[in-house]
Design a protein around this ligand. Sequence first.
Ligand code: URA
Length: 239
Amino acid sequence: MRINKYLAHAGVASRRKAEELIKAGEVTVNGERMVDLSYQVKAGDTVEVKQAQVYKEEPVYYVLNKPRGVISSVSDEKDRKTVLDFFHHIPERIYPVGRLDWDTSGLILLTNDGEFANLMTHPRHEIEKVYVAKVEGQATKENLRPLTQGVKIDGRKTKPAVYQIIKQDIKSKKSVVQLTIHEGRNHQVKKMFEAIGLPVQKLSRIQYGTLGLTGLQPGEFRRLSKKEVSQLVNAAKGN
Ligand code: URA
């Protein structure tokens, strides 16, 4: 994790203030004064500010059922509601693991553990994500088939996905389709359905790896147990 972010997560200062501390020569890593603002703190590094060792917070992990109309970043320049607005009373500096679009609802993880977040979102680990999409048009085996083979979005083919037709409303020409993917590209599900001529009207993520949303209404969250965290880690590592 970049040094200024690391200091911010440890509760030392905001990222900008942390940069000022680095520029002022107040930060050392493994005993050496750190002047590189882009330095990536590694596991095992000893970081000190004004000669006092910085300890990372106890790692915490949450699952939130994000409602629509909430942005999944730590702050928003337009002052829109963010996922962190649900966590005001939590002392740790958590942040979302990956993203859901503003108008997508459902399961999102939040943590202060950068290594865990990287593991979950790294394309190599291909954690399984399940979405339910309400789409315009008649979903059929024929027009959904390309999703199972990969469709080209942003010039690159998607990995094979698995679908299940949940509902077909012949009169209104709308369908509900469950889609399981193993990637996390930008607006991926919307673009995949767009590519086969079934634009998404409503999207929700219902599962992330081994984790579901049971018992959580939109806007509700809970802390993950140690077991749930290690199940996610194992799923990411392919165990
Ligand atoms: N795919 C999308 O298109 N949007 C999301 O929010 C998540 C996956």
